[in-house]
Design a protein around this ligand. Structure first.
Ligand code: IVH
Length: 691
């Protein structure tokens, strides 16, 4: 086989594997084989640059170029859809179409995916361009980023495709990916995405496609355009597209009458709640392209299609007051206190107002009757004020000027929406939140100490910063309310054990702004010790994977502050681990090296998070879903039937909790094998996910 033939063979194999995995959700290649083939292909492509091809599966990993996006004109404008909210409006649409066409017609019903729209241009079966919607006439060229989305084909399968055509679709961030992303952002003190739509469009606009690749976006396509399409039927074209490798949702139906449309709407209004991606309605389209043309367009939207939007559950309630919460970094979050009201099955008493801009745009007054929605968002939000019900209202809501906790004048940084209390060293909630973060399970993991005890110790002036924890005496603890001798001894033991917590977790525990678990790990591995990190420059820091300017500057600022320097010295003096031990990257063993393990079900001996840590500490990777790449499943009680079925069909082994623990080598200082006890929760004050 010539190198050129081998390159082609590897590309075909990898494309097939990607398609099976990402489009059909039916993995056919093992992790190991995939990685081997990819490595071989990469090396061949480097050796023979003359055979480079931008549709090669190696191009899906992204590149690090930092360029702005080029705006380009759409060949066909990207219109929006008229919205309807009731079945009678859908009937009216049907009537309009019937009258205008005056001949038989079919409709196609699809889900309306709530992501960000994309236009994909294919030439000779190859993806050549991906544009965002932009203003509908010109969009950003985000081709590099789109190439990283595995469910979008780079090169089409089969044959018969036109030389040139466009495919429109929606780029989505699945709920589990969205939740994990927000969790990581919360830990790194980065602003959270309000919903998967914002997360998907924000991701697509990232300048670094390697980061886009790591965000695991997905996409469904829903419209084929071009001068020479396979058929006159929109539905049939999509089905043909499916054969070419596009991901077309199965939630699609060709309807001959209005009843079938209503059946579809009613079914999916309920069933959509089980889907892994956000949807906000149904799109109803005339099937025949010739009829679509006949019906034509208005300035903004086509006359041949309409969106039926699902009702977002909304409640009306009274705004009683606004309180202001100060978080770990001093960010001040306004929170609306409401008369309790039922909304989507829960009682809502509070809603985040996010920042002053939101308060201003709502023109809120105390006593206002406000509309609260949950919709696709996770937290309830106030979407408007019933101004007609506004009589005898109270004062206009104004953002406070002073910190409600310590009285310091608040600051607002250029370009940021948040107000901050700058008094990091003396503002009580900031100090307490930092302490709570320090002892958290994912940080120093100090057993037995919870938010309440920290609060009491702080109020009593016994614990004022993390270093004072290490001077605590059992008898002082035991004398405190609700703490007996046994729990006091337990806390002291936990504090002592924390001295051996690896450097990477200590670095996370310090609570440096934007330094979450992952970044802390990467920094620890790159610099190996606090001494080295303390002299690192911004330029050196940004060389580390996942560390950008903002993180690097935050690390340098933190380490330059005299108060933080003094704290680090005190922590060094009490014997905390400020360097990577043995250069084993903090690993306790490498028994799971190269293994991807999925945790499923409920456990009795340790929590899920503890098992996750154990897997990593022994060299393994935590997998999120069961695939052919899964080495085995750590299976607890009540494992989900779908996962079980998938594991069976792929022949993935299941290991019980005991069998898993038996695999671990005995290590004296196994901090993680202590019995499960109530743990404190990470302070959430800085997070709008508060309720
Ligand atoms: S068809 C001209 N089909 O909804 C009509 N759009 O306001 C082209 N969307 O920007 C759109 N799911 O991003 C169509 N199944 C679907 C859709 C869909 C989501 C989005 C799309 C568009 C917006 C329309």
């Amino acid at each position: 086989m010539t190198p050129q033939e081998e390159i082609q063979r590897l590309r075909d194999e990898l494309n097939q594997a990607n398609y099976d995995y990402y489009v059909l959700s039916n993995p056919t290649m093992t992790d190991y084989d995939f990685d081997q083939a990819m490595a071989r292909l990469l090396s061949l492509e480097q050796q023979y640059p003359q055979w480079a091809d931008e549709t090669s599966p190696t191009q899906r990993v992204g590149n690090d170029s930092q360029q702005g996006f080029v705006q380009e004109a759409h060949r066909y404008p990207m219109l929006s859809l008229g919205n309807t909210y009731s079945e009678s409006e859908v009937s009216a649409f049907y009537e309009r179409v019937r009258k205008a066409l005056n001949e038989p017609f079919d409709l196609v019903c699809e889900l309306k995916y709530d992501g960000t729209s994309i236009s994909l241009t294919y030439e000779d079966g190859r993806l050549v361009k991906a544009l965002t919607r932009g203003d509908g006439h010109r969009g950003d060229n985000v081709t590099d980023n789109v190439r990283t989305i595995r469910s979008i084909p780079l090169a089409l399968r089969g044959d018969g495709f036109p030389d040139f055509f466009e495919m429109r679709g929606e780029v989505l961030m699945p709920w589990p990916v969205f939740e994990a992303l927000n969790e990581a952002r919360e830990q790194a003190e980065e602003p959270l995405f309000a919903n998967p739509r914002n997360a998907a469009s924000g991701t697509l606009k990232l300048q670094n496609s390697t980061m886009v690749a790591s965000r695991k976006l997905d996409a469904f396509v829903y419209y084929m355009l071009g001068e020479t399409l396979p058929t006159d039927s929109h539905y049939d074209n999509l089905m043909t597209g499916k054969r070419w490798g596009f991901k077309v949702s199965d939630a699609i139906r060709r309807c001959h009458d209005l009843d079938a449309v209503f059946d579809f709407i009613r079914y999916w209004d309920v069933a959509r709640k089980q889907l892994p991606v956000a949807t906000d309605g149904i799109v109803i389209k005339v099937d025949s392209l010739a009829q679509q043309e006949k019906l034509g367009l208005t300035a903004k939207s086509p006359r041949w299609a309409i969106a039926y939007k699902f009702q977002t559950e909304r409640a009306v309630t009274r705004l009683n007051s606004v309180s202001f919460q100060v978080g770990r970094t001093g960010a001040v979050t306004p929170v609306a206190n409401l008369d309790p009201v039922q909304l989507s099955g829960t009682v809502v008493k509070r809603a985040s107002l996010h920042n002053d801009d939101v308060i201003q745009s709502l023109d809120l007054h105390i006593g206002d009757m406000v509309y609260v929605e949950k919709g696709g968002e996770i937290i309830p939000k106030i979407v408007g004020v019933d101004t007609e019900a506004r009589f005898m209202v109270g004062d206009k809501v104004r953002f406070i000027k002073q910190c409600p906790e310590c009285g310091a004048s608040l600051v607002r940084f250029e370009g940021e929406a948040a107000h901050y209390c700058p008094n990091q060293s003396d503002c009580p909630p900031q100090i307490k939140a930092r302490l709570e973060h320090f002892i958290h399970r994912k940080a120093m993991n100090i057993d037995g100490l919870g938010a309440e005890t920290i609060d009491a110790l702080y109020k009593a002036g016994i614990v004022v910063d993390p270093s004072s924890l290490y001077t605590l005496k059992a008898n002082i603890l035991a004398s405190m309310e609700r703490l007996g001798e046994k729990s006091a001894a337990n806390i002291i033991k936990g504090i002592e054990a924390s001295k051996a917590v690896p450097f990477e977790r200590l670095l996370f525990a310090l609570g440096i702004r934007f330094v979450g678990e992952t970044v802390a790990k990467k920094l620890a591995r790159a610099f190996k010790s606090m001494d080295a990190l303390q002299v690192a420059t911004v330029d050196e820091l940004v060389k580390v994977d996942d560390v950008g300017m903002r993180i690097a500057e935050s690390v340098v600022d933190y380490l330059a502050s005299p108060a933080n320097k003094a704290l680090i010295e005190r922590l060094k003096a009490v014997g905390l681990t400020f360097e990577v031990v043995d250069d084993d990257q903090g690993l306790k063993s490498s028994i799971f090296e190269g293994k991807t393990i999925v945790i499923s079900g409920t456990f009795t001996k340790h929590s899920r998070d503890e098992y996750k840590v154990m897997i990593e500490e022994h060299g393994g990777k935590n997998g999120s879903g069961v695939t052919s790449k899964t080495s085995f499943i750590l299976a607890g009680e009540n494992m989900g039937p779908a996962k079980l079925e998938k594991a069976k069909s792929l022949g993935v082994e299941l290991l019980s909790e005991d069998a898993f623990l038996a695999l671990l080598p005995e290590i004296d200082d196994e901090v993680d094998t202590k019995p499960l006890e109530p743990k404190s929760l990470l302070p959430k004050e800085d997070s709008p996910l508060l309720f």
